[in-house]
Design a protein around this ligand. Structure first.
Ligand SMILES: *Cc1c(COP(=O)(O)O)cnc(C)c1O
Length: 420
């Protein structure tokens, strides 16, 4: 057991964990059921193209969310791209910079300008007061991101969208299984998207979905994800892409859906264990979830107040990594500081002060079915020891770590990148 900072692996001690502990290890359902379904699929020899497992999966998800249409897709990014196209977004679309880069890329990929908006530092979601200031005659929509599965200020977003005749799409990649005012995420705005990537709460290996109550929109999305085919015959009536979910993914999803309550209960228990530990560490606060709502508790997110802890967030990440705890700096450094956006909008940081601050404070820890009470206790012991000696740690580590946000620089041309 580590009792002094010299026992920390980053200062030469031996690591607490032999095997790395990851953020976002997949939650896996019953293997026997999974293999039964694979055998069934192989007997049937129907592997894709709206097979029976995809149809069943779409129905289950729609029922669970309480939404009319679920269109299962190959991943969350394609779900965003298709939803954006089906909603006929163009010109400029307002979204937070504090999101996974796919939210911005899905717009830029279609030559729509992502306009980055600041966040509310309390909720980490897009700040409605800032949205109003960013609306121009070219604005066609807003994408709200339900970060950590905690809903945006949906009511305020709906009001703004209605007042300015804007489309409203939600990126609920984190939000599967979560609710807002008792209604499941997935039923708000014009449409919402989910990601079923293995790092997310619920996975289909790779996968995603668009959910909506709009019949016409759902029809259009079904055409778009299948090359614009209108039926069994070779009748193409629309421009489309290949966004289909396959049967392997759908049957994985159906199997994992059967264990979803168990995943939530493990995550919720882990969340509480972490919370009890961090309640007494000054300078560290853990984000909470509204216990009145449904949550998936998939993200253990800390905010580090470096003025109090001494050690910085980045130093804590390095300390933990040396112990084989692969903590993550989520959404660092913010989309507006990634290419190509930082070249296109070199001054975006000026209107994103809260995003810049948060991207420097946030640290995410391992949870899920791969982590238990013993691991959590040890992770917290490492952090407690580091913070109790925070100013000494800061000095001893200070040379090794850069704590600057990446500079806004000139864009590298693709040929130069490829040659490098
Ligand atoms: C994961 C994620 C996506 C992309 O989903 P994929 O299934 O990985 O393509 C989009 N937005 C957010 C906020 C995400 O976290």
């Amino acid at each position: 057991m580590k009792s002094s900072i010299d026992d920390l692996a980053v200062l030469g001690g031996s690591p607490s964990f032999k095997e790395p502990l990851h953020v976002g290890r997949p939650n896996l359902g019953d293997r026997t059921r999974l293999l039964e379904r694979i055998n069934d699929m192989l007997d049937r020899k129907w592997l894709s193209n709206n097979g029976p497992y995809v149809q069943e999966f779409e129905q289950r998800v729609a029922d669970m969310i309480g939404v009319k249409h679920c269109i299962a897709l190959c991943n969350g990014t394609i779900a965003l791209e298709i939803a954006i196209r089906a909603l006929e977004l163009k010109g400029e679309v307002i979204l937070p910079s504090f999101t996974f880069v796919a939210t911005a890329h899905a717009l830029q990929w279609q030559e729509i300008t992502p306009v980055f908006c600041d966040i509310d530092p309390k909720t980490h979601t897009i700040d409605p007061a800032c949205i109003e200031k960013m609306i121009t005659p070219r604005t066609t929509g807003i994408i709200g991101v339900n970060v950590w599965g905690r809903p945006c200020n949906i009511e305020a977003l709906e009001k703004i969208a209605a007042a300015h005749h804007l489309k409203l799409l939600f990126d609920s990649a984190h939000g599967f299984g979560c609710s807002c005012n008792g209604k499941m995420l997935g039923s708000f705005g014009n449409a919402e998207i989910f990601s079923f990537h293995p790092t997310k709460f619920f996975n289909t290996a790779e996968g995603g979905a668009i959910v909506t109550n709009d019949d016409a929109l759902a029809r259009k999305i079904r055409l778009m994800k299948n090359f614009g085919f209108s039926g069994y015959v070779d009748d193409v009536i629309y421009v489309g892409t290949n966004g289909k979910m396959n049967e392997y993914s759908a049957l994985t999803g159906l199997t994992n859906l059967e264990s979803i309550d168990e995943f939530i209960s493990v995550n919720s228990k882990n969340h509480e264990l972490y919370r009890a530990e961090f309640a007494n560490i000054p300078g560290i606060s853990q984000i909470s979830y509204d216990r009145q709502e449904k949550n998936n508790y998939q993200y253990i997110v800390l905010e580090i107040d470096e003025a109090v802890t001494g050690v910085s967030r980045d130093q804590l990440v390095e300390i933990l990594r040396a112990e084989n705890v692969l903590a993550r700096r989520y959404f660092y450094p913010g989309c507006h500081r990634m290419e190509p956006y930082r070249s296109y909008f070199p001054h975006a940081g000026l209107v994103l002060p809260e995003t810049d601050k948060l991207a420097q404070r946030v640290l995410s820890l391992p949870t899920g079915t791969a982590v238990g009470a013993d691991e959590i206790e040890e992770i917290c012991r490492i952090i407690r020891l580091s913070v109790a000696n925070g100013f000494e740690m800061k000095d001893r580590l200070s040379d090794s770590f850069s704590r600057e946000l990446p500079n806004i620089g000139a864009a590298k041309e693709l040929p130069a990148l490829l040659a490098a």
